[in-house]
Design a protein around this ligand. Structure first.
Ligand code: 1AC
Length: 271
């Protein structure tokens, strides 16, 4: 018998996951799922409630695939990338951070988040078939001549960070960006709005959502680094095939379209 209660992790990333901090001990609403943030560094655990595209997807997956779950936020706030320890020594090893690290080191069973499927990650974790296709684009502010700063950046420990690291011909750009990279997309978007950051390079699904909310923001240039978002599981997880079958069924039966309409298209059209 395989365990049917899973430790599921997620991360805040609108419109896929909205995380609301609970200050007064009140309960989450019916559409929300409790998603505590267990802070591994300073013991300051904090309660949050999560909703969004991925949270509704988690509810549907749990029903159709028959598992129960406890949800929590990424302990270090990252999606997950690697550092190579002892690079010049034989037996140098990749050490993973963020959500990916939690699966690799078997502290979690599943990731339900806008998690990009890429080759480096797929060597260490299992991905379901994609539940969403998107790519990378650039967010800028309109009318830019009074810029204090001419930098571009992405978020540390993300698949976008890894994309630039992988492209040998972009190595100069990677080195410049690395020094400017942010801890969160929220802060980077705020800095674009305030003219402190010229260009934020990130997932098109998020940047198109932000540009639809704020007429001062635009996405620039063509989509590149096309990829998909998948459910993350431990390598060899007995849940992998069942989750993929459920995702394929959700594409065919219109569940994904309903989630798109409810969380992405409606928000983009309202603004
Ligand atoms: C946030 C870029 C992102 C990832 O998986 O790292 N989708």
């Amino acid at each position: 018998m395989i365990p049917t209660h899973l430790k599921v992790l997620t991360i805040e990333e609108k419109p896929f996951v909205y995380a609301r901090k609970i200050e007064d001990g009140s309960d989450c609403s019916e559409e929300e799922i409790p998603c505590p943030h267990y802070n591994s560094t300073d013991d300051s655990d904090q309660m949050y409630c999560c909703k969004g595209f991925c949270m509704d997807l988690l509810k549907s997956l749990s029903k159709s695939t028959n598992f129960t779950y406890s949800l929590a936020l990424s302990p270090d706030g990252q999606f997950g990338s690697y550092i190579i320890r002892n690079l010049s020594m034989p037996g140098a090893k990749k050490e993973w951070t963020g959500l990916i690290g939690e699966l690799v080191y078997e502290r979690a069973d599943m990731i339900v988040a806008p998690l990009t499927i890429n080759p480096e990650r797929a060597e260490f974790i299992e991905f379901s078939k994609p539940f969403k296709y998107q790519g990378i684009t650039i967010l800028e502010k309109k009318l830019r001549n009074t810029m204090e700063n001419l930098t571009c950046a992405t978020v540390k420990g993300s698949a976008v960070d890894m994309y630039f690291r992988r492209q040998v011909e972009l190595s100069n750009m990677y080195r410049t960006m690395e020094a400017n990279n942010y801890d969160s997309a929220e802060k980077a978007i705020e800095d674009v709005k305030q003219g402190k950051l010229m260009a934020f390079i990130w997932d098109s699904s998020r940047l198109e959502f932000e540009a639809a909310q704020d007429c001062e923001l635009v996405t620039a240039g063509e989509l590149f680094g096309r990829s998909g978002y998948g459910i993350g599981l431990q390598k060899g997880s007995p849940w992998a095939d069942l989750v993929t079958l459920a995702i394929l069924d959700f594409h065919e039966s219109g569940v994904m379209e309903t989630l798109d309409n409810q969380w992405i298209l409606r928000n983009n059209m309202l603004n």
